[in-house]
Design a protein around this ligand. Structure first.
Ligand code: SF4
Ligand code: SF4
Length: 139
């Protein structure tokens, strides 16, 4: 159950962040006249990642979805603030890893199941405390 709930949180945040980013398009990634792929920060942060392809990211990665560089973030302060709230929730659930496909994050969490945090199991913390935080990520 714990892992199913965390998987739901992962997908939920990914969808929220992805929808907001798609609507605002803060990075404005495009091909320059030279053919080089550029963004508002000149150098897209996906460069060099094993998961990048000609058509973009090939995996579901929440950690990357929640991160904006300061150039894009300063231009879109409201989006940045909202992503920060989502980042906080993702961190609470141990879901925030960049350049890592969801399947690997989940595999690691399955191994960690049963670990206690402050005397409470991950399961109880997830079910009792965090839904309220999750709701705050919705605009
Ligand atoms: S977050 Fe910044 S560096 Fe990364 S793609 Fe967007 S604008 Fe470029
Ligand atoms: S995993 Fe992250 S850094 Fe890699 S291509 Fe996807 S979004 Fe970019």
């Amino acid at each position: 159950m714990n892992i199913i709930y965390r998987s739901f949180v992962y997908d939920f945040l990914y969808l929220l962040a992805g929808t907001a980013i798609k609507r605002i398009n803060p990075c404005k990634i495009h091909a320059a006249d030279t053919g080089q792929i550029i963004c508002v920060n000149s150098h897209p942060c996906c460069s060099g990642c094993q998961y990048i392809s000609d058509t973009g990211c090939t995996v579901k990665c929440l950690g990357c979805k929640l991160g904006l560089c300061s150039t894009a973030g300063n231009e879109h302060a409201n989006l940045q603030k909202r992503l920060c709230r989502m980042k906080y929730v993702a961190t609470c659930y141990h879901l925030r890893r960049i350049r890592t496909a969801k399947v690997y994050v989940m595999d690691d969490l399955k191994r960690e199941q049963g670990v206690k945090i402050g005397g409470y199991s991950n399961y109880r913390i997830g079910i009792i405390l965090y839904p309220e935080l999750l709701l705050q990520t919705i605009e």
